[in-house]
Design a protein. Structure first.
Length: 344
């Protein structure tokens, strides 16, 4: 966080003064936002659209480390991870609410930085900030964001629609966010031993951005619409490829075969994984935080998506009795294991 001099204590503003400061720059972009901040509740009107709502919680020390995560990046990422869930429903985000629990170690200027990132994400993705809450915290910073989106009823895609012989597709590449986190953690450990040592981050801009400033794949949703392809099932990749495809298979009562050599990996992901003696495929399967889209489409739609450089076919849907498997280059079927977060 920002440790420069002349920081303003939050206590000088009080709760309502802070709310006024954080909301004064909000500009409404959508007709569906009838009333934003400034009342007991926001008022939204969507007429004949389906409404989708999602919430994510980010807690200091669990989801982010302020030793190496800039507050502006954190604000941006906190919004994006929610918007990604909306896009995974084949819907379009329109509004968000932001709630914060803040300890007294944060200055007014620090929270301004956080909100600068929030506002930047709202501007980039065209969403309105319409409310939220603030409270005190004894343990640091917690951010809770709720995103509200809309879609025509016939456009909404769920996790439970995968069909036998569907193609399994992913957008972008996988594992980069996890390897970016490993790089940041490594350099943070070096800093603890020698604070004067400069971090060695050269050549790894891509995986750092994947971790610190991910993007939600609004462009892929637009591309699928343009290509006249509606997925049968879809989910965003927040907990790793293994967990997400297993969610789809469980909800759809099907199995899957994913091919090892088809999983898309960026050069930097593979390079840094090699440096740490990590199999980059493990990062893709279990790392998470890539916020790419995983979806299934009918086999008949293959020709429509085969030339899109941002979409990769990595496998197909099988009978439930076949299980959920990774097929190695040697043709061996290895059962997938979910490695997502477990509170127990």
């Amino acid at each position: 966080m920002d440790n420069t001099k002349n920081q303003t204590a939050l206590s000088t503003l009080g709760e309502f003064g802070l709310i006024d400061r954080l909301t004064q720059a909000i500009q409404i972009q959508h007709k569906s936002t009838i009333k934003g901040v400034g009342d007991d509740a926001a008022v939204l009107s969507f007429e004949d659209k389906q409404i989708v709502v999602t919430t994510d919680l980010l807690t200091e020390g669990i989801h982010f480390n302020l030793m190496y995560v800039p507050l502006r990046h954190l604000g941006y990422k906190a919004v994006v991870v929610n918007l990604s869930d909306v896009f995974a429903m084949n819907a379009h985000p329109r509004q968000i609410t932001v709630s914060l629990a803040i300890s007294n170690k944060f200055s007014v200027e620090a929270i301004d930085e956080l909100y600068a990132g929030i506002h930047l994400a709202c501007e980039k993705y065209g969403v309105d900030l319409v409310g939220g809450d603030t409270t005190s915290s004894l343990t640091g910073l917690t951010i809770s964001i709720t995103a509200i989106g809309e879609a025509k009823s016939e456009d909404v895609v769920y996790r439970n629609g995968a069909q036998l012989n569907d193609l399994i597709c992913v957008s972008g590449d996988l594992g980069g966010a996890y390897m970016g986190l490993q790089l940041l953690e490594r350099e943070n450990e070096v800093f603890k031993v020698n604070p004067k040592e400069q971090p060695k981050l050269e050549g790894y801009d891509y995986i750092l951005e994947r971790q610190l400033k991910p993007e939600a794949r609004a462009d892929v949703i637009s591309a699928l619409k343009r290509l006249e392809v509606k997925p049968n099932a879809m989910i965003d990749i927040s907990d790793g490829l293994s967990s997400e495809i297993m969610h789809i298979c469980q909800k759809s009562n099907v199995g899957c075969a994913i091919y090892e050599e088809k999983v898309p990996l960026d050069f930097q992901t593979k390079k840094f994984a090699e440096e740490l003696s990590i199999n980059p495929l493990v990062a893709a399967l279990n790392g998470g935080e890539d916020y790419e889209l995983l979806f299934t489409i009918p086999l008949a739609d293959h020709d429509k998506i085969k030339n899109d450089p941002d979409i990769t076919v990595i496998g197909h849907i099988t009978e439930a009795s076949s299980g959920t498997n990774m097929i190695t280059g040697a043709g061996t079927a290895i059962p997938l294991q979910a490695q997502g977060w477990n509170p127990i």
